[in-house]
Write a protein that binds this ligand. Sequence first.
Ligand code: PLP
Length: 390
Amino acid sequence: MAEQDCLLPVYDRLPVSFERAEGCYLYDEDDNRYLDGLAGIAVNLLGYRHPRLVDRLRRSATDVHHVSNLFQIKEQEELARRLSEIGFESAAFFCNSGAEANEAAIKFARRYSGRFGSGGKKIISFENSFHGRTLGALSATGQKKYQKGFSPLVEGFVYTPYNDLAALEEEMDDQICAVIMEPVQGEGGVLPASAEFFAGVRRLCNKYEALLILDEVQTGMARTGEYFCYQNYDLEPDLVTLAKGLGGGYPIGALLVERSLREGLQAGEHASTFGGNPFVCRMALTVLDVIEQEQLLASARARGEQLQTGLQELAQKYKFVDEPRGVGLMRALPLADQIEASELMRSALDAGLVVGVAGENALRFVPPLIITEQEVEELLSILDKVLQEN
Ligand SMILES: Cc1ncc(COP(=O)(O)O)c(C=O)c1O
């Protein structure tokens, strides 16, 4: 029996195993080098072996690594304060992943509505959205392909088209307790919300007293050139969910709730054994320090523009490549039907470049935020060669 048969076959894995990594480069068993344009799908913000993260990890070896949330955890309090300072005045609940952060948000919205609101339990989500694989998050995900075979799903979710305010308004009533949206639909193809739509969603949530939950699991933590993607727009959310980049590769998720709403969930109503343990909070605090010290917000904007310009040039050069889209260091390059993004992803891998796919048929670029100007050039030049050969 092959060792792989000891795993559930839920992933369509590529035939490469990375054995070491440094900065923005990964190395396989034969020491072939790959430029990382994916960062473990928007996770490894500081790349690999970042000295600050390594140093914090070393020092953590003998510190208390885990205690139950039955006790005070200073690192958790500090992380909650720091997240509040870089965004909106919030209170945090920590968990371990994006799906769990969204589960917490769904539970919060329903409990809050029962306790302080209309008692309505319905949640509006958008078509083509992605919120995770656990049953609640999956029920919020507006894509049938992910839900197929898992019914009965959690009741009470309604889906309307993204960037369509009129359709949303038609569904709004006093039974809606929340609207959940990604500021940029990530898995759905890196599709940003228009400013009018986003402002309209906020307005409708106010009008119908529904909570606005922003799923910033992929867009959060400086990826779009601001700590939170909503900061590129002129509005504030009620709830924000985070994961992916928050721990720079160490698993942590968070639900942030506007502080005046924090009594919506009370002691005993939600919990996580591992959520926000001292170890992972230390790593997340270090990620925040480095984002600030290395000015990674500005980098995400500058390198994002550079990437966008380069991708635009490729779109002009190759007929089967459409206009790139995205924000900051979250970009997609849509391809015409005759070319399969997943095949191109494999060709890129053979050529020493790791990229992902998203949406219908697009390549996805979510590199580490520490990527340099030269490395973006290299990424574009490898991609150019790969496109030329197809
Ligand atoms: C926007 C968004 N929400 C939620 C999730 C689920 O996160 P996780 O895989 O950590 O559960 C993802 C993962 O891709 C995501 O992109």
